[in-house]
Design a protein around this ligand. Structure first.
Ligand SMILES: Cc1cc2nc3c(=O)[nH]c(=O)nc-3n(C[C@H](O)[C@H](O)[C@H](O)COP(=O)(O)O)c2cc1C
Length: 381
């Protein structure tokens, strides 16, 4: 169990929650890579890791919806960390209690940063911190619900709705006041979505504004970037998102420490990791589902390797472990890692949004009062 507020130790490094990606199989793969790195490390103080589950709706848990419960899958021995999305303090509190009491969850993270229009249009995710009263109510209710179990509650947010409507400093202060254990800042606004560069200066500003730990997030592609972010911003730890897509060995590098050499697997080694990923997914929900889920990872894993267009096309359609093995057997296992890929953005990027979709009149006041914010069963970050 992490002690409440992570007292008495360095903050862990986080695998940032990614809807559709950070399921139990992917988390286990990352954890296995981190364990390799820890075994190789000679450092006196080794980092801890938290691999956060995909975002789950609080309403689905509070109302015991089977489809939502089915997302609560964990690998054996996993230290369970779940990100909750919700807009109603009572429902978030109920969900937090269920997670702690019935699922042995050891860390709850609250989503205050989702930029998906379906969510912000209703005042959720990244739109929610604009309403200070609701933010305080929701964070406070979650902390109170988790308290009897000694479970820390963290919050993950963005800089604000757009450059003119920032929210992160207010949210940070509220989080500190109500007993949140740490604030993760993805240093972009909702309007920016995943475009441009994360503003690490904002992370430094948050570090200088609040006394609870800040976890920096945004554009960490290599272990060296994580060390640079810590140095540049003073953040207590980091959260890794897109940098580990198709490169779970980033956690091996992070575990070995900033001065260790970057892992550069040959194609044969990448194949082994991809196959392991496929096996883990198949164990989780069956081979058919598992191999379908794996397809989205293929372009990330094989980016830059000289495998040819036809193999890439077939990998994106793979449907069984045997198929996967056959396709991998056609590759040149000795091909070296394409170093031009190092330090390069991967995963979602895209353009800034023309406008952020918000409920009518949302920006007119910083309080919500008794108004309801309807919850949406959706995902994203
Ligand atoms: C596919 C995908 C799904 C995401 N889902 C979530 C989510 O459910 N909750 C969340 O807080 N952030 C989510 N995010 C955002 C990431 O956790 C992270 O904050 C963001 O990608 C910035 O970090 P990075 O530059 O290291 O990727 C998602 C990102 C991606 C690419």
């Amino acid at each position: 169990m992490w002690s409440k507020n992570f007292a008495g130790g360095a903050l862990p490094v986080f695998l940032s929650p990614m809807a559709g990606v950070t399921n139990a199989a992917f988390r286990q793969l990352c954890a296995q890579q981190a364990a390799l790195g820890l075994a190789e490390s000679t450092a006196a103080e080794k980092p801890q890791f938290v691999f956060v589950c995909e975002m789950i709706t609080a309403g689905g848990i509070a109302h015991r919806i089977p489809r939502t419960f089915s997302m609560l899958q964990f690998f054996p021995g996993e230290r369970r960390a779940v990100q909750l999305y919700g807009t109603d303090p009572a429902i978030v509190a109920k969900a937090a209690e269920i997670l702690c009491a019935e699922f042995g969850v050891e860390l709850i993270d609250l989503n205050f940063g989702c930029p998906v229009p379906k969510v912000t249009r209703k005042g959720g995710g990244g739109a929610l911190p604009w309403k200070l009263d609701r933010t305080a109510g929701l964070l406070g209710a979650a902390v109170k619900a988790a308290e009897p179990y000694g479970v820390p509650v963290t919050v993950k947010t963005r800089i604000g709705i757009d450059a003119e409507h920032t929210t992160y400093l207010d949210l940070g202060r509220i989080a500190q006041d109500v007993g949140i254990a740490a604030v993760t800042l993805h240093a972009r606004s909702v309007q920016q979505a995943y475009s441009g560069q994360a503003d690490w200066e904002a992370i430094a500003t948050l570090v200088n504004t609040i006394s609870i730990p800040v976890v920096g997030n945004g554009d960490l592609w290599e272990a060296a970037d994580a060390a640079r972010m810590r140095k540049q911003t003073g953040c207590a730890s980091v959260a890794i998102g897109r940098g580990c897509l198709g490169r779970p060995w980033l956690f091996r590098d992070l575990a070995r420490g900033p001065s260790a050499q970057t892992t550069l697997p040959r194609l044969g080694e990448v194949n082994q990791i991809v196959y392991r990923h496929a096996e883990l997914l198949a164990e989780l929900n069956g081979e058919k589902w598992g191999l379908t889920d794996l397809r989205k990872h293929m372009a990330w894993y094989y980016r830059g390797f000289p495998i040819g267009g036809e193999l890439r096309r077939q990998l994106a359609l793979v449907s069984s472990l045997a198929d996967l093995r056959q396709l991998q057997d056609e590759m040149d296992a000795s091909a070296v890692f394409p170093t031009a890929e190092l330090g390069q953005p991967r995963g979602r990027q895209g353009n800034p949004r023309d406008k952020v979709h918000l409920p009518y009149g949302w920006l007119d006041s910083r309080t919500l009062g008794d108004a309801e914010v309807p919850e949406d069963d959706t995902s994203g970050g």
